[in-house]
Design a protein around this ligand. Structure first.
Ligand code: GLY
Length: 306
């Protein structure tokens, strides 16, 4: 399945569950001084979660362009980190909640993507017995594949946030670090997080206070490039059809080969990642400057050149 087919399948699946499918928003946030750039599918929808604005429909699905530079040092060194990626997401603004979000995520990954059930692992927030019951009783997952984690709480700066439940796939021992305690949550490439389901129930202010929202919501984020790597049986996102053509082109321009030396491969991956970021940032109207978004662009550009 190509990356384009995967994106389409996801959006069509949620359209069949009565979601309004919207195009990606620009990377430049509208009326949100807390963010330099859109870094999650939910970010353009903050006013819908808080009730400040009414959404066009209570259910929306998107594939959102995202830039996150927090992991920039890992880009090219791991199979899964990017500065630019697309986040597939389904959103409920005071409409459906945990039961439907969990059931649909499971239906999509097992029935529509054909991922093997026995390789899927789930995390939940330590105190989220409700999510545990849904995964265990409704979906039928064995209790030992549902891991409780204290840090399963999702937030991106101030704004709507809440406890979350993640879907991981075990890519096999040969992809792991080999440490005796390697398990879900390990930083190596064995257990890959493919989807995060956020049960958005709070609004965090600048001072760090969490106020319960009037309505319960759903915000999910599934990395397009990560899922493509699983479906295309590639060892890294960079080898999927979403990124590899850039690497091939760079190899031709630079007169180097991929897969011959780790140092060159890291460089090729950094160039591929940064070229995508830069292209989308510039297309959305960001230009190099000494501050704000423009400085991020400049830093990524400099790094790619170097
Ligand atoms: N908003 C969910 C995520 O980015 O993981």
């Amino acid at each position: 399945m190509t990356g384009n087919e995967l994106r389409k399948k996801f959006l069509q699946f949620f359209a069949s569950k009565n979601h309004l499918v919207l195009p990606s928003y620009s990377l430049i946030p509208e009326d949100d001084p807390t963010l330099l750039m859109i870094g999650a599918g939910m970010a353009p929808f903050k006013p819908f979660f808080t009730g400040k604005m009414k959404p066009p429909q209570p259910r929306i699905a998107t594939s959102q362009k995202c830039v996150r530079t927090g992991d920039i040092e890992n880009v090219g060194r791991t199979a899964r980190h990017h500065t630019f990626f697309e986040m597939l997401g389904n959103f409920s603004f005071g409409d459906y909640f945990k039961k439907e979000a969990i059931a649909w995520a499971w239906e999509f990954v097992t029935e529509h993507l054909g991922l093997p059930e026995d390789k899927l692992w789930i995390t939940i927030h330590t105190k989220d017995d409700e999510a545990f019951e849904i995964w265990h009783k409704d979906i039928g997952l064995p209790a030992d594949r549902i891991i409780r984690m204290e840090d399963n709480f999702w937030e991106i700066g101030p704004g709507p946030c809440g406890p979350c439940s993640e879907l991981y796939i075990d890519l096999g021992e040969d992809r792991g670090c080999g440490k005796p305690d390697c398990a879900v949550g390990c930083n190596c490439d064995r257990y890959l997080e493919i989807w995060n389901l956020v049960f958005t129930q709070f609004d965090r202010d600048e001072a760090g206070n969490y106020t319960p929202l009037a309505k319960k919501n759903i915000d999910t984020g599934a990395g397009l490039e990560r899922i493509a790597s699983v479906l295309q049986n590639k060892r890294s996102n960079f080898e999927t059809d979403l990124l590899f053509p850039i690497i091939e082109r760079t190899c031709r321009v630079a007169g180097v080969a991929y897969g011959q030396s780790e140092k060159t491969d890291v460089s090729l991956k950094v160039i591929a990642d940064h070229a995508r970021s830069l292209t989308v940032m510039i297309a959305d109207g960001i230009l190099p400057s000494n501050e704000g978004r423009g400085y991020v662009l400049r830093r990524v550009l400099r790094r790619a050149v170097r």
